[in-house]
Design a protein around this ligand. Sequence first.
Ligand code: GCU
Length: 670
Amino acid sequence: MIKHIFTLCISFFISCFVASAQLREVIPLVDGWQFAKGAVPLTELSSMDWETVSVPHCWNAHDATSPDYYRGEAVYRCTFPTSKKIRGKRIFIRFEAVSQEAKVYINGTLLGEHQGAFGAFCFEITPYIKKGNNEIVVMASNAHNDDIAPLAGDFTKFGGIYRPVSLLILPHNCITPLDYASSGVYLTPTSVSDTRAVVDVKVKVDATPAASISLRTTVYAPDGNPLAVVTTDDYTDCEQSREYNSNIIIENPQLWDGLNAPHRYRFFCELLQEGRVVDTLSQYTGLRYYTIDAEKGFFLNGKSYPIRGVNRHQDRPGKGWAISNADHDEDMRLIQEIGANGVRLAHYPQSDYIYTLCDRAGMLVWAEIPFIERATDGSKVFADNLKQQLVEMIRQNYNHPSIFCWGLFNELGKGHPEGLVAELNALAHKEDPTRITVAAANNDGRPENTVPDYLAHNTYPGWYWAGPETMGPSIDWKNDGKGVCISEYGAGASVSHHKQGVTSAPKTDGDFHPEEWQATVHEGNYREITKRDFVWGTFVWNMFDFASATRHEGDAPGINDKGLVTYDRKTPKDAFYFYKANWSRHPVVYITSRRHDRRHEAVTDVKVYSNCQNVTLTVNGVSLPLVDSDHNVYIWKNITLLPGENQISVSAVSAGKTYTDRCVWYYENE
Ligand code: GCU
């Protein structure tokens, strides 16, 4: 292959772009789906009790918090007409995810199957399209299956076509959508420094054998200006499936620099056949480098950048996993508001949209496969399924600069999965030579723990055991000479439960989870974390409450309430503001225990989180002497409330402006 690199003639390429803009089309199949629970042979579909739904759809939207939520089979069907615009084109159907098994039929013919709840999959349907209406039928199931990961896990395993489905109308010779349903374009920044970056561009193409096709890639700088173009000419002995490889050098790159400046470059790929543009596709990536120093922690682009992050599940009340882009946006806004610089998207690959939001926001992302608690020991089918889910995750999300690591497992503790973990580790490195592998463990000394590049720890001092301050010795003990990452830590909290002066954990599986204890755990854990530079990453468990059908604790059944924000995203808990006061660049002044508004004890501490100066507390109009803070926590001890209403207010100053917070506590003198 011959490569030409030259600086661009802007107007020429703009005209090409306009001319080629309609070459591929994505038609989301949203409305008019029919859905029925149960299994039925294809020939007896009419016997089902159909309900009209739109997709994304989740059949556990309303029973997800009940221990006997539906785990079984269901059927979807929809029709779409053949239109003129698809004539002469190739048609594919792409599912972003179906939980967790899908058999897809078109006009009565089986197109294919997919196992795994979190990966996209794509089939070509061109040969099966007929005049008039075409019918798609999806037989789905979220029943437990020993062949499919995950086999366990503390979360509801929702079912349904819960991410979008689209028809892709592509030109005959196209960048393939069939390589594990990825974009077909793989951007690998092979070397990145402050002065120079080299990006390998690999494009997989599906074309008529012997058709002479070349690939032109244009790189656009973060400000949208064209920067460079590379043309990869064709080779003669053309196969149907081909790969075009080139590399592009970017001098003085604008780095993807986390929250500081998440710059992205756009790579615009055009397939050219006899000088004509026949297909186009844009992909974004960012240029960054990172290292982990065993003593000094995480460095992004050469600068110390400890990861202070949160975990996130993908469900919502009343929707299950069928969440909208607006829901993702809201989650990201809250994650940004708290000031986190990283997210562990646990415990499975999440939607392309959330990874894109992370790219744009500058969040460092830990992405992982759903290998949780156990394997089906010795089962090749199970192992193959996990490998397939790993390859899907990597290829589908390859270009996201936010993703810095691939997570291989969470809390394995049974059987002998070490051989399988080693295979997964090798596969991850083969698929992606640039990112590290990690895993989250809660069992010390297990053989699989030494396999990933970095082992991280799920640890709950102050909740499942001991006091919050024991996070310190626990971290020291876990240091394996490579530094430490805490992949999970936290405590449960219900915003309707309160207790002043709480000094120990409540019954963790009990029905009283005071909000105050969660905050105390986070303060104590975090104090220990920040004493140690070698802790390169931490991820709070969890940013949001989430459905876990078998739990029955706190103030709501079927919920894991370790979120910093309630399940409905409406109420950030006190602990949310502890982190906001420590992480956010925006002024924070927040009175804790504000929801404990009916009091039965006159004497109370008042605790305020603030990152401002001159933090002043006023109780019933009387200003109290200033107190010192630790990690932006201010405590006024032994304040006496008056019978009846008490006005609590706090003011503080940042950059010359005064910020205030207030609440009312009612003391009932019995
Ligand atoms: C585990 C696990 C999570 C779980 C959490 C908890 O460590 O990885 O999936 O939800 O602990 O107990 O809340």
